[in-house]
Design a protein around this ligand. Structure first.
Ligand code: HEC
Length: 133
């Protein structure tokens, strides 16, 4: 049987790993939010450079969910069986934002704005899993 101190030390390590995960997640979601705001502002102010910056920020933040195991880590325990849905949402974010940018580069802003909606829906799909919406 493990000694009490060993158990306590293990608990400290595990909880600090959990806290590090939380910090990473919160920072990543801030980056996502900031990127999304810039994309939206880019549309509103007719500023393609801002759209591009926003998409780049979202792409970078989205690398947090590279694969199933990585994605699982950031979901609450009771939602981890839905990590495939979460991972799928993350993939949709990459696809939608890449399509968005391609359309902007061709000056097809109406098409780009449809990809923007798809992008927001993909954020909501993962939040729906996490929050039980
Ligand atoms: C793979 C899952 C996943 C995807 C995709 C995702 N999020 Fe999140 N998001 C989370 C989790 C987990 C939390 C933390 C739990 C909560 O807030 O319910 C969170 C929380 C947030 C928060 C609140 C952070 C806080 O400090 O309270 C914001 C803002 C946010 N996400 C923005 C976004 C945006 C914008 C996108 C899309 C570009 C996005 N998220 C895509 C999983 C995801």
């Amino acid at each position: 049987m493990m000694k009490v101190w060993t158990k306590l030390a293990l608990m400290c390590v595990l909880s600090s790993v959990a806290m590090a995960n939380t910090t990473t997640l919160v920072q990543t979601m801030r980056d996502m939010e900031n990127g999304l705001s810039n994309v939206q502002k880019g549309f509103l102010y007719n500023n393609p450079v801002l759209i591009k910056e926003g998409v780049d920020a979202i792409h970078a933040a989205n690398t947090l969910f590279n694969n199933m195991d990585e994605t699982k880590k950031f979901l609450p325990k009771e939602k981890q069986h839905l990590s495939n849905v979460a991972l799928n949402a993350s993939k949709r974010i990459n696809t939608a934002s890449t399509n968005l940018l391609k359309a902007v580069e061709k000056k097809q802003f109406s098409k780009a704005s449809q990809s923007y909606s798809e992008l927001v829906n993909a954020c909501t799909a993962c939040h729906g899993v996490v929050r039980g919406w």
